[in-house]
Design a protein around this ligand. Structure first.
Ligand code: NCD
Length: 360
């Protein structure tokens, strides 16, 4: 439907000042009763939280295998409703959140674009979100604008009916729940090789505009002796804010444009897609950068335990022939997203202890 009016621009007093503060100073604003309430940044999670959440995801996965266990899970939150507001394309994040909600017994509403809502009439995104909060108990949002989820949570936390906001991707900035599922995947893949501590991890491709590698870099600070290898062509190098963060936390990292040289050195390779949707003219970016593609022949070069990850969707970054190799972890990785998101929802609604009690 065509818009009758441009989105109304509203002024929220104090927002610009809040937005400009360093993340560390803002974290308490997204907590309630000492627990994470809104999930906005990867910097919100510490090691203890990550270990507990992965353990919870593991328990949910086990319970969901049986009829009795699944019934137990779906009996936990039938009095809660969630809104999935996804105004940027999504397959995995949308479906894994939706199915995580189903697992936990929540009812789900969705909006996958602005063309059929009152945004056509010029309603601002902030008023639209506030409207969702009138009907539901949880908002999960994906938006092309950096800072959108943060602003949503900031606005709602000052209303009479604050509901938790989970950031399902905020433009080229962050994708914190993707980083959670990536950590959960790495931990599972490294079960036989001593866990995540001490591992060497390569991130490959469009590191400049890829939000997944940014959020994952933040999370890796929580692990001991991890070394990062940023592998990218000159135009897609990791931005300075992340490198500054790594330096501040004494996390060693190397930057190179030579993918082949890194392959034999690392315990995990995290491939990414070129994020041309953020270019001023997306169709003009036709270069596929084959030097940053992982091919079947490369399997012989990597460690026998090296895990290959990709947040997906892929284009040409990983040849299909690689899928059959046991080290190809990306299809397991996308399924892990459903379990870790269910765990996150359980945490936000304080039903984590009830799940753990099933195992005591
Ligand atoms: C990623 C995203 O949307 O940032 N996809 C996802 O959520 N699994 C990565 C991408 O689109 O390249």
């Amino acid at each position: 439907m065509e818009r009758y009016a441009e989105a109304t621009k509203q002024t929220y007093e104090g927002w610009e000042e809040f937005y400009s503060r360093p993340v560390d100073e803002k974290l308490s604003f997204f907590k309630q009763k000492g627990r994470i309430f809104d999930v906005i940044f990867a910097q919100q999670f510490d090691r203890r939280f990550l270990d507990d959440l992965c353990d919870l995801a593991e328990k949910i996965r086990l319970l969901a295998k049986t009829k009795m266990g699944a019934q137990k899970l779906s009996s936990l939150l039938p009095h809660k409703r969630a809104m999935l507001y996804f105004v940027q394309p999504s397959t995995r994040t949308f479906l894994s959140f939706q199915n995580a909600c189903y697992l936990m017994g929540l009812n789900v509403s969705e909006s996958r674009g602005t063309s059929t809502s009152s945004e056509v009439k010029g309603e601002s995104p902030e008023d639209t979100i506030r409207t969702f909060a009138s009907y539901v108990d949880l908002i999960i949002s994906r938006h092309p604008e950096a800072g959108f989820a943060e602003k949503t949570a900031w606005v709602l936390n000052q209303t009479e009916r604050p509901v938790p906001v989970l950031n399902g991707g905020s433009g080229p900035d962050q994708h914190p729940t993707q980083a959670l599922l990536d950590i959960y995947t790495l931990q599972r893949e490294f079960q036989a090789s001593g866990g995540l501590d001490g591992k060497k991890i390569a991130m490959v491709g469009d590191l400049k505009r890829g939000r997944t590698v940014r959020s994952l870099s933040y999370l890796l600070k929580n692990y001991k002796d991890v070394t990062l290898y940023y592998v990218a062509p000159e135009v897609f190098r990791m931005k300075d804010d992340i490198k500054f963060f790594l330096k501040k936390h004494a996390i060693p990292f190397h930057e190179t444009d030579d993918f082949q040289s890194v392959m034999p050195m690392v315990d995990a390779i995290y491939m990414t897609r070129i994020q041309n949707e953020y270019a001023s003219d997306p169709k003009s970016e036709t270069e596929t950068f084959p030097a940053y593609h992982f091919k079947k022949e490369h399997l012989a070069k990597i460690h026998p335990h090296c895990a290959i990850l990709h947040p997906l969707p892929r284009r040409y970054e990983i040849e299909v022939a690689v899928d059959k190799d046991p080290r190809a972890a990306y299809w397991r990785q996308e399924r892990n997203g459903m379990w870790i998101r269910a765990a996150m929802i359980a945490h936000v609604f304080h039903v984590d202890q009830e799940i753990l009690a099933e195992f005591s």
